[in-house]
Design a protein around this ligand. Structure first.
Ligand code: NAP
Length: 259
């Protein structure tokens, strides 16, 4: 399918690896010029070079912490007037509900709620003025079904979801479609870290944790960054202008719910 976005410019945050990279690859395949971002410069430059070589699109790499004001300013300076915004950042650390302090919550809200909101605030007015834009926020399945050890993520991402529900309907009349993509378990470094954490707590191995989780998912496996990226690119496509303020779950059937 031709996604109809060849020549558009996209900012994909937190994209040197994992789900962000999957989105960047799929948008590059659709012909978009990219601004990529991550904190680690070397991995980011390698990813940028690989995407340029594979897809022949222009790729600008900005090594910066997207959750800090200075980092965002650097990224935004390179990404003025993008047509497509994919927000993403690392997820909050796991832990116990009794242990989280106010400072822990502020950090999680800053990274996973206020950062995507700041990016939308900065970039959507120009999209609206041009009459076309797409925003995809990478959130989490925890918005639909809480994950016990990820209470900081449950809280921050649900806040973002409420903001998007209201805002998406205000920018839609100007041709800007905003939606959230909710990853269930996907095979990335983040899930490997979480599995290792559970293995330590349960005195078992990460491989056993992984096998148990695969067995609990109807698709019997973790998702891939490429599958995730393909859905992201579709939501950024010309075909998705009537999908507004939705929360699209990609979880292999893991959440047992009718809606
Ligand atoms: P990942 O494999 O750990 O990759 C994270 C990417 O984000 C890397 O490129 C990393 O590069 C970059 N990054 C992290 N913090 C950043 C920051 N402050 N500023 C700029 N770049 C940053 O993670 P992932 O699995 O792709 O997860 C992406 C998001 O989806 C996370 O918020 C995660 O919680 C959420 N999620 C993932 C899953 C899953 O199963 N994978 C499920 C639910 C939700 P640097 O470290 O060099 O900055």
């Amino acid at each position: 399918m031709d996604l109809g976005i060849s020549g558009k410019r996209a900012l994909v945050c937190a994209s040197s690896r994992g789900l962000g990279r999957g989105c960047a690859e799929a948008l590059a395949e659709a012909g978009c010029a990219l601004v990529l971002n991550a904190r680690g410069a070397e991995a980011l430059e390698n990813t940028a070079a690989e995407i340029r070589a594979a897809h022949g699109v222009e790729v600008t790499a900005v090594a910066a912490d997207i959750t800090s004001e200075d980092g965002r300013a650097e990224v935004l300076a390179a990404a003025q007037d993008v047509d497509i915004l994919v927000t993403n950042a690392g997820g909050p650390p796991p832990g116990q509900w009794q242990d989280w302090s106010r400072a822990d919550f502020i950090a999680a809200l800053d990274a996973n709620m206020l950062t995507p909101i700041a990016l939308m605030s900065a970039l959507m007015p120009a999209m609206m003025a041009r009459g076309w834009g797409r925003v995809v926020n990478i959130t989490s399945q925890s918005v639909k079904a809480p994950i016990a050890q990820l209470g900081l993520s449950n809280a921050a991402r649900t806040g973002l979801t409420g903001y998007v529900a209201g805002t998406a309907r205000q920018v839609a009349p100007f041709g800007v479609a905003v939606n959230n993509l909710l990853p269930g378990a996907h095979d990335t470094d983040r899930i490997a870290m979480l599995d290792a954490n559970i293995a330590r707590a349960q005195n078992t191995t990460p491989e056993e944790v992984r096998a148990g989780k695969h067995a609990s998912i109807p698709a019997r496996r973790y998702g891939t960054a490429a599958e995730f990226g393909a859905m992201c690119a579709f939501l950024c496509s010309q075909h998705a202008g009537y999908i507004i303020g939705q929360n699209i779950l990609l979880d292999g059937g893991g959440i047992n719910a009718t809606l």
